[in-house]
Design a protein around this ligand. Structure first.
Ligand code: ADP
Length: 189
């Protein structure tokens, strides 16, 4: 099964992706995590991505499509994958469809985690206030830009996947176990 987890920054995609990974044995392919690993490793991709990510803007389609294609060809993706934070533009979604079709595969489900903006901002603020781990792009100013980028570039994918009949929406506002249950129900499992 190939599954896209979709939703605004901070919606809980990473948390649910990890739970789905354990339950279904499919790897989580997070472009955000891969880009942060590239920054950490000091690769040319990482060096180019850092300033863009710190501002909350999008890394180029060509770069993320290339890193996803590389990652998807690893043996652990033979039964599919959970895409987290990818695709983020219509061009990325089209490239993903093409990449999968070339391998005789397709996206089976797209799960949207719906969370309103006020709750997203409150989540970041409480992460900062609690002194927990925060990323360079986890601050109210950058989050506002990440949200604006989400509505402009990423939200149009709801129409793209809706038209393919693959979109399922669950509320991401409920406690984590309830969201997990709603996802299981949406996937028919
Ligand atoms: P979140 O979902 O909380 O916004 P991510 O870890 O998915 O965080 O992404 C962090 C940053 O990495 C994004 O703001 C963007 O700069 C970059 N990034 C991640 N995935 C993509 C992608 N598919 N296309 C372009 N940029 C991306």
């Amino acid at each position: 099964m190939n599954l896209v987890l979709f939703g605004p920054p901070g919606a809980g995609k990473g948390t649910q992706a990890k739970l789905l990974t354990e339950k279904r044995g499919l790897p989580q392919l997070s472009t955000g995590d891969m880009l942060r690993a590239a920054i950490e490793a000091g690769t040319p991709v990482g060096l180019a991505a850092k300033a863009i990510m710190d501002k909350g803007d999008l890394v180029s389609d060509a770069v993320v499509i290339a890193i996803i294609a590389d990652r998807y060809d690893q043996p652990d993706c033979q039964n599919g994958a959970i895409f987290d934070g990818f695709p983020r533009t219509v061009a990325q979604a089209e490239a993903l469809d093409k990449m999968l079709a070339a391998r005789g595969r397709q996206i089976d489900h797209v799960l949207e985690l719906k969370v309103d903006d006020a709750a997203l901002l409150a989540r970041v603020e409480s992460r900062i206030a609690s002194g927990g781990p925060v990323r360079a792009d986890d601050n109210p100013e950058t989050l506002k830009n990440r949200l604006a980028v989400y509505y402009k570039n990423t939200a149009p994918l709801l129409g793209f996947y809706g038209a393919q009949g693959k979109l399922r929406t669950v509320s991401g506002m409920d406690p984590i176990p309830d969201v997990t249950k709603a996802i299981d129900a949406a996937l028919g499992a």
